[in-house]
Design a protein around this ligand. Sequence first.
Ligand code: CO8
Length: 258
Amino acid sequence: MAYKNIKVDTKGRVGIITLDRPEALNALNSALVDEMAQAVDAFEADDEIGAIVVTGSAKAFAAGADIKEMQGKSWPGTYREDFITRNWERLASARKPTIAAVAGYALGGGCEMAMMCDFIIAADTAKFGQPEITLGVMPGAGGTQRLTRFVGKSKAMDLCLTGRMMDAEEAERCGLVSRVVAADDLLDEAVKAAEKVASFSLPIAMMTKESVNRAYETTLAEGIRFERRLFHAMFGTEDQKEGMTAFAEKRKASFKHK
Ligand code: CO8
């Protein structure tokens, strides 16, 4: 598949999607969002892939939706074509685990794209923000929703209403990112984490992801019930037998279902 706005690579069982519009700090245009969906489709269908890393450049993960593409748009055209977001949620709906590796700017749609991944590893150079208000609009791809669930109302309101950026340290402190690493090590660290995830049983990792995500969609009692159903079902897998037998035999588990 020939992509124009992203690059796609693999390392072992890790699929790597790199946003690649250096002339525009990886601003997300419609074509890029469509290509992202295609790349996710391809990795999801590939039995050799167990986890996906999404990354950008040293200067920008993505500086937001492409303002020059959006500038002349009008309503109801945006609504009718479901402008830019028609394939947007494909990354969020990936069933295989996904990790965002963020260096530099992750603004607007860039921050929203990172938040669609299962977790974010940030370089110490990362800057997150929802500056849409400075452009006369508001976040349109999860910024008011995912950000609020991840960092709470006060911080989300602060970022969305002032349009200010927060650095990696603040992002880690408020729970938006799982860890901060040196910029030079970002991709290695993200791929290492993805390789670790991909070394486990894939169906177990997928169910774990599904269960954590359920926490954002349901009540605690229903979420606990959902978790328990999956947990009990895992005892029907060979990988549960292998994982627990390997522990008892003091050896490394070799999971069958990758
Ligand atoms: N869109 C289009 N082009 C951009 C964008 C963007 N978001 N960001 C940067 N560029 C371009 C610049 O125009 C410039 O191009 P040129 O060289 O042709 O003039 C080039 O990238 C380099 O940028 P700068 O010269 O501005 O670089 P600086 O280092 O001086 O500044 C900043 C970096 C601070 C990141 C600055 O570029 C900036 O403020 N960018 C815009 C950030 C922003 O407002 N983002 C939010 C966009 S709105 C949005 O994301 C809405 C989301 C709704 C749904 C999204 C679904 C995908």
